[in-house]
Design a binder for this molecule. Structure first.
Ligand SMILES: [Zn+2]
Length: 403
């Protein structure tokens, strides 16, 4: 069926300009034309709203919902219960305008199964690319919901197990982080050779690799090994920025969880070790993010949605932090949240732009997010593959969940 969307202002994320007077023609879930003379078909007015491509969050954990200590219930709760939570998170992302997410870690491979359920139309939600269980060294970062593996053979096997389970990508834990007790954020995890073997094994299966890495040494080692995205990259120096440029890898900064834990974590009941580690990270994190933009490193927008105090969708909040704390301009932020993330996920030929032949994922806003980044909090309509996924009343009820 052919649908013609009219009465809209199309936001051009290359120039920041808006075009009115054009119509989006959608057929079989894809944009077939962007034109001022759309011809016959069912016409749908978007009430003069500003239209952006569907947003893409490149780093979420659907199994978490913003609880103070995600590790605690990930260990104690039944996989069935955790699956219900994940399904709700996928729906909340969609209703918030985040039409695609990349899930970089959940127990029992729940995100992989949920991705299939959404694809088959069993539950409504954002399109999901899922790593399933991350791979960590014994006792490494997030081990409580990872596949632990040590040594070359075991790491090879762990990657192959994830591929067999249907993972879209491989997630490696290559340094310490905030939530895991007893590890330093400065500590490298896995040896150089282990990381190389994991990446080689993943590439042989045609899978991209996302590496959790905060300190400079871990970031450099992962980039040299050929990973596709570095998650967080909070403590980096100029040399690794150049290495990003040389390899073409994407950086996926996630300011929100560290910012929230550092500033409000103690009163929210976040474990003390996580609060302290987040406070240690914040200042350098913001300085690095400013440099990333001036260096022209490939940037995708991720959030760590689901982390303490950060329910889904977290993308509008992360975007606001990039603007307010790191001083990035809205166009850079919105490009990272659409085209940048699409490239990082390997979906650059289908998503991230409003373009002929691309999947018809788009979001309509009353105010222009290029002029006011906080407009991302208030989508009016969300369309996924040309179908209305959520309208204002549903979106408001989802936002009430977070108030
Ligand atoms: Zn994460």
């Amino acid at each position: 069926m052919k649908n013609i969307f009219t009465d809209l202002q199309l936001v051009n994320l290359k120039t920041g300009q808006c075009t009115s007077g054009c119509a989006l023609v959608v057929e079989d879930g894809r944009f077939v034309e962007i034109t001022s003379t759309p011809g016959e078909g069912e016409t749908i007015s978007l009430n003069g709203g500003f239209v952006l491509p569907g947003l893409i969050d490149a780093h979420v954990h659907l199994v978490w919902e913003g609880q103070p200590d995600p590790a605690q219930y990930t260990i104690t709760e039944s996989p069935v219960m955790t699956s219900y939570r994940a399904a709700r998170s996928a729906w909340q992302n969609l209703a918030g305008g985040v039409t695609t997410v990349r899930d970089v870690g959940g127990p029992h491979n729940i995100p992989i199964e949920l991705a299939k359920a959404v694809k088959q139309g069993i539950v409504p939600g954002s399109r999901i690319l899922a790593a399933g269980a991350g791979i960590a060294q014994t006792g490494g970062h997030g081990y409580f919901m990872c596949r632990e593996a040590d040594g070359f053979d075991e790491i090879r096997k762990a990657v192959r197990e994830q591929v067999k389970a249907g993972a879209d990508l491989i997630k490696l834990m290559c340094s310490g982080g905030a939530y895991t007790q007893g590890e330093s954020i400065h500590a490298m995890q896995f040896s150089d050779k282990e990381i190389h073997i994991a990446v080689q094994t993943a590439k042989a299966a045609g899978k991209k690799v996302a590496a959790h890495a905060l300190p400079d040494l871990a970031v450099k080692t992962c980039l040299e090994a050929g990973v596709d995205t570095i998650e967080h990259a909070a403590l980096i120096n100029d040399k690794s920025l150049h290495l990003f440029k040389r390899t073409g890898a994407f950086m996926v900064p996630t300011l929100a969880p560290y910012y929230l834990m550092a500033t409000q974590g103690a009163e929210y009941g976040v474990p003390n070790y996580a609060v302290i580690k987040s406070q240690q990270v914040m200042e350098q994190y913001i300085t690095s993010l400013k440099k990333v933009v001036s260096t022209g490193v490939n940037l995708a927008l991720g959030t760590d949605a689901g982390s303490p105090q950060l329910p889904h969708p977290a993308l509008p909040y992360e975007a606001w932090l990039w603007y307010k704390e790191a001083g990035l301009d809205p166009l850079t932020i919105l490009k990272a949240a659409t085209q940048g993330s699409a490239w990082a996920l390997g979906l650059e030929h289908e998503l991230g732009e409003i373009k002929r032949g691309y999947l018809a994922d788009f979001v309509v806003y009353e105010k222009n997010p290029v002029e006011e980044i906080t407009a991302l909090h208030y989508p009016q309509y969300v369309y996924k593959e040309g179908q209305l996924a959520a309208g204002a009343s549903v979106i408001w009820s989802v936002s009430l969940l977070h108030s």
